[in-house]
Structure formats: C-alpha cells, structure tokens
Design a protein around this ligand. Sequence first.
Ligand SMILES: Nc1ncnc2c1ncn2[C@@H]1O[C@H](COP(=O)(O)OP(=O)(O)OP(=O)(O)O)[C@@H](O)[C@H]1O
Ligand SMILES: [Mg+2]
Length: 202
Amino acid sequence: MIEINNVSKSFEDKPLFANLNLKVEKGEFVIFSGPSGCGKTTLLNMIGAIEPIDNGEILVDNLNIQKRKNQLHYFKFKLGLLFQNFALVENKTVKENLNFVRKECRSGVSIEQALEWVGLADKLNKKIYTLSGGEQQRVALSRLMIKKCDIILADEPTGSLDSKNAEVVLDIIKQFHTQGKTVIMVTHDEEIKMRGERIIHL
Ligand SMILES: Nc1ncnc2c1ncn2[C@@H]1O[C@H](COP(=O)(O)OP(=O)(O)OP(=O)(O)O)[C@@H](O)[C@H]1O
Ligand SMILES: [Mg+2]
C-alpha cells in the first residue's frame, strides 16, 4: 500500500502541494488527472522517490521511501517506471536495453518471453532508433515484465502515440493490473481515464 501523509512540496517558494493525503491500495489501478502544471508528474516522481518532498512522508508497504536506506530495495524490487518518451538507449539494441535490468532485479521472465508477450520477438537485435514509438513503448513494457516490480508508475505512457498504438500499450498495462500489480497512470485523455478503477483529480 502507498500512503501519502501530509506531504508538502514547493518549487521556488511557490507551493504546489500543501498537506496532501492520499492512499493507494495494493493492486489498485489509479489515474491522476488535472490541468497542465497542476503537479501530476511531480506527485508521480515523489511516489517514485526521484523527486524529494519538503514535508510529510510517503510510505510504501510501511517503509518511508524518502529514506536513503529504504530506496535501494524500493528501486530494485518494487518500482517500475514508464515514461512518455520511453527512456530507452536509442543506439543500443532491444536486447542490450533489456539486459540493463540487473540480474538480481529479475522477476524470472526471460527477455525472449517478455518480447513475445508484447509482440516484438522478431526485434531482439534491432537498434531502438529503428523502432516506431509504439514499438519502443512496448520494449519499455517488456522491461517492466523482466524487472521485479509490483508498483507501476506511468507518466502519460500513451502521450506520444497514435490511438491504435495507445490501445496496444493500454492493453498491456491493464494486464499488469490483472496480474495484481498496483498501477498509477497520468493521462490527459478523457477516454483513457475511464480505464482506471479510480480517478484522482489534482
Ligand atoms: N524542477 C522544477 N523547478 C521549478 N519548477 C518546477 C520544477 N518541476 C516542476 N515545476 C513546476 O511545478 C508545477 C507542476 O509541474 P508538473 O510537471 O508536476 O505538472 P504536470 O501536472 O505534470 O503538467 P503536465 O500535464 O503539463 O505534464 C509547474 O508549475 C512546473 O512549472
Ligand atoms: Mg507532467
């Protein structure tokens, strides 16, 4: 379970969040929505412990993830991140990108199985820059299959895709949820919002 307790966050003395409280249960599929600049990415990154908080605490399974001593375990074994721009190394192959997931962080799913699952078995040795946006996001999804994680934080993962590719990506995210993973997804898209179990307006 993710618990956000009295979290405050400002940028350059401009308050963005003041005493924010929020709980996300294990296995939930939550959507963060709201206008541009309202803090969706910041909140997601605070939950991902890649953005510091000013006050309060964020607990994941009762561990304070802002504490350095808890972060290594959190990054290695719990957290899975998905971004709008895929965050892959462009001039490396699919296989090389997937190999970056360290051995001790692997869920037991092989690279081949994960690529099969996202329908890219034939792209193993292709360089990332030769793939379409939809294919690149599927590589990023296959990486989350390979990595041990039970929380997926996705910041507009379909934001740069056409509706057909967005559908494929959403379907895979939905499968993560069906497997019991907790999913928090940011989206602007009114139609995509309806895919979640709970919409949180920021
Ligand atoms: N590193 C930073 N330094 C200063 N201000 C920042 C920083 N990061 C974010 N902000 C500000 O905080 C506010 C929230 O930004 P954030 O990126 O979280 O919004 P968002 O809801 O994700 O917007 P969008 O829908 O456009 O992606 C914005 O006003 C932004 O300018
Ligand atoms: Mg954003």
